[in-house]
Design a protein around this ligand. Structure first.
Ligand SMILES: [Zn+2]
Length: 579
């Protein structure tokens, strides 16, 4: 029995047993990978699964639409019409009549912080998955309950705060958080990850006063009277790192939390139709442990930084090392500027309607960035920088242009995480470099309450999928969870309509078609990690990762795309989620 075979069987059984969601997994018993046959199939080989009567959007230009396909092992082996595919079924073949449901390739999220431990163990003061308004009172109440379980001096932390989803219609401030506790440092972290709100005790412990100057790349915000209001942005938050106590865990406890977190979020991913996710860091050992237990339901492109990146460089591990389940991808996002949703990204013009004039935070110098990019690029590792504003994208492209000159490498596909605000010149340079942007998708629906800060003129060139596709750039999807919800259908609805939960429409010139939006969320995602030859479309020979949808996003009302039910999510021929 090959490793591949035992692996798959183990996985299917465990999935069924652990989650109780499967009656019978779609499993192969015939271990190996079959080369792609014609639609007539191979003599003497029964596929494991035959799916018929479906509306299949393959995302393969050679055969964009199909009715049916066959799967052997973890691969598609034939795609075509129902009559031809039905003919491939043998005695041991499972059959699935899709009854005209829609099937698309499994979705790929190219930027996700995959914070399963946060979802499981931390205080969530906002809704991670949906648009939901909460009160400041509810935030105080939740954190007060947490404070009562912790000794004085220990941090009380709240996660998934969204400053524009407050029923109170005013920002949270330090006086609110003083009501949580005056004996604990208290922080509420914005889900965007670039701003946090602190109570007076935390500010005092960090010795921040109203006279403290703003450090480079960050701010201590003040109210009208010049007093600290508790909001602290980007790098100014570093002063809090060394103060206060944090809950401590034994190595065993920590390992368990990481494993539980990965297993938990993996379940969430497949629930929404994601079959591949680019992980921003996270515990690699835990991901492998979860896989070994048969509880990893999605494929991981692992992105790293710091010590692990150094170790990759010094040991010659390049992007692409690994296998179809866990593989080193690009680096994790190397920050160049602030945040789009929290309005700290670096713009070449001042933010509209902000006084005193403010152009956002650049969090890295050009020299440091140049050196980092060249070092990573030379090591054969796909470079990935977080660049939102046009200033930051320009800095990153400059650094990559220099690195390519110093160490030319074809098809390097420098990844631009977010790539939010573009200019014509930036698009031209991206095209020339073969850059792969991973842009916000769910924001167009979820975050319309923030777009008035930028105004329509800037929104016309933000999250500019239309412009980039027209330029021949393979833009991909990057939810940035936790900052954005990761539901691909919410993303697709937003990309197609540019209309948000509040009914407002921003930058409608950047709308894409449903087909383009699906491609961005599937094949372009595979391209972003150099994996387009093995996944991203329903093509014979590729991994059998697909999603069954109750309705067709091409034909339902556009404002209902996000509500389409995910009927089944299949990864490598195994059902990982079933409604
Ligand atoms: Zn991010």
């Amino acid at each position: 029995m090959s490793d591949r075979r035992s692996r798959r069987e183990f996985m299917g059984l465990t999935t069924a047993g652990a989650a109780g969601i499967l009656t019978r997994p779609w499993l192969g018993e015939s271990g190996g990978f079959f080369p792609a046959p014609s639609v007539q199939g191979q003599q003497g080989v029964d596929p494991d699964l035959v799916v018929t009567n479906a509306k299949v959007y393959t995302m393969d230009t050679a055969m964009p639409r199909a009715e049916a396909f066959a799967v052997s092992g973890d691969r598609f082996v034939a795609v075509g019409n129902t009559a031809a595919i039905k003919g491939l079924a043998g005695k041991r073949t499972q059959t699935f009549d899709a009854k005209q449901m829609t099937i698309v390739p499994g979705f790929t999220d190219c930027h996700n912080h995959a914070g399963g431990t946060t979802l499981l163990y931390e205080v969530l003061v906002g809704n991670p998955f949906e648009v939901e308004f909460v009160t400041i009172g509810s935030i105080i109440e939740k954190l007060r309950a947490k404070a009562q379980q912790l000794p004085a001096g220990t941090w009380v932390e709240g996660y998934f705060h969204d400053d524009t989803k407050l029923k109170d219609k005013r920002p949270l401030n330090r006086h609110d958080l003083d009501k949580v506790s005056t004996e604990h440092p208290v922080v509420v972290r914005h889900r965007g990850g670039h701003t946090s709100f602190y109570n007076t005790t935390a500010l005092e412990m960090a010795r921040v006063t109203k006279d403290t100057p703003n450090p480079p790349g960050g701010t201590f915000d003040r109210d009208e009277s010049g007093d600290l209001n508790g909001r602290v942005t980007d790098r100014a938050r570093e002063v809090f790192n060394g103060v206060g106590q944090r809950p401590s865990f034994t190595p065993e406890q920590r390992e368990k939390r990481e494993r539980d977190g990965i297993a938990h979020i993996s379940k969430q991913f497949v629930r929404y139709g994601l079959t591949s996710v680019h992980h921003e860091g996270g515990d690699l050992a835990a991901i492998q442990d979860v896989r070994a237990r048969g509880e990893l339901r999605h494929r991981v492109s692992y992105e790293t930084s710091g010590r692990m990146l150094d170790a990759m460089i010094s040991n010659g591990i390049q992007s692409g090392f690994g296998d179809e389940w866990i593989r080193f991808g690009a680096t994790s996002e190397h920050g160049v500027d602030g945040s789009f949703s929290e309005r700290t990204m670096a713009l070449s013009i001042p933010y509209p309607n902000v006084q005193p004039p403010y152009k956002g935070n650049v969090t890295e110098t050009q020299e440091t960035l140049n050196a980092w990019v060249e070092r990573v690029h030379r090591a054969g590792i796909q470079v990935n920088c977080h660049a939102n504003g046009d200033v930051a994208i320009d800095m990153y492209l400059t650094a990559f242009e220099l690195a390519q000159k110093a160490a030319p490498r074809p098809d390097a596909r420098p990844k631009i995480t977010h790539c939010t605000l573009i200019t014509d010149d930036l698009v031209r340079r991206m095209k020339a470099l073969g850059a792969v942007p991973a842009m916000f998708t769910t924001y167009a629906y979820y975050n319309t309450d923030k777009f008035p800060f930028y105004g329509e003129d800037l929104m016309k060139r933000s999250m500019a999928f239309r412009t980039l596709l027209d330029a021949g750039i393979r833009a991909a999807a990057g939810s940035d969870f936790s900052p954005g919800p990761f539901a691909p259908l919410m993303g697709i609805q937003g990309m197609v309509t540019r209309t948000g939960w509040d009914g407002t429409t921003w930058g409608a010139n950047q709308c894409v078609t449903v087909d383009e939006a699906i491609r961005i969320n599937t094949l372009n995602g595979a391209y972003a990690s150099h994996e387009e030859s093995i996944k991203g479309s329903i093509t014979a020979g590729k991994l059998a990762d697909f999603v069954v949808l109750a309705d067709d996003p091409h034909t339902v009302a556009k404002a209902k795309i996000k509500d389409i039910q995910i009927v089944r999510t299949v990864v490598g021929g195994s059902t990982m989620y079933q409604a």
